[in-house]
Design a protein around this ligand. Sequence first.
Ligand code: PDD
Length: 286
Amino acid sequence: MKDIVYLNGEFMPLEDARIPVLDRGFIFGDGVYEVVPVYSRHPFRLAEHLRRLQHSLDGIRLLNPLSDDEWTKLIHDIVARNSGDDQAVYWQVTRGAAKRAHEFPLSVKPTVFMMSNAMTTPPREQVENGVPCITMSDFRWLKCDIKSVSLLGNCLAKQLAVDADALEVVMFRDGYLTEASASNVFVVRDGVLLTPPKNHLVLPGITYDVVIELAEANGIPFEAREVHETELRAAQEVWVTSSTKEVLAVTSLDGRAVGDGKPGPVFRRMHALYQQFKQTVMRRAA
Ligand code: PDD
């Protein structure tokens, strides 16, 4: 089965999708995106992803071209047109094509593109043994709450991880934890789950919210507050979270073991809670 994508009102095979070279997404990275995980053909936390999309569009002063109902229908359509029960739907809205000039063009139609890929959750081996990460200072811009397609900073960071045979780069700004190149970061210290608060320095992760809700509902002590680099380095557990990684334990940082070098008890509990929660939500949606 061919990959079917959506571009500006039409569904078509991926290889037929074309955009003008003057699209501001191509020229300036002037656009925003979302990724929603789909389990058993049901999008997970779609309302929250649509709310974050609106936040990102507001952040770049771009009108939302579709209503939430229209987005929802489109996402269900693309899922139905592609194979596999578990998918990751990616979509982006850019400011459209116009003569190259930095300022916003007047009355240009935004470009809407959507595709869906097979969803691959982390292999058992990563869940059971954890993953290696490295660290770096966060050199990205100061509007990281906008899910912008301008991901050069994140791509440069991710490549450093790949070069070091690590999964992710955990970043610090002025000595405090922000997030990783494509995930949020949690830390366990003396039984307390810590993560930086949502602000302009981090993407407000949908998985981040799920993890916090599960911690609160299950009596895991939790605090959203600034986490200093020294606290993270001395933590018993470090996790990364994202829609595609779900929750993964970081078992080494810059080549040094985190805790005893194995996924910790709080991680194992949260991972089980997350899987359970997913099943419950999906059963309810079915
Ligand atoms: N990225 N922080 C960054 C910088 C991210 O790119 C992501 C996710 C997250 C986690 O957000 P969520 O829990 O909503 O997936 C945090 C996606 C998956 C991507 O760009 O492919």
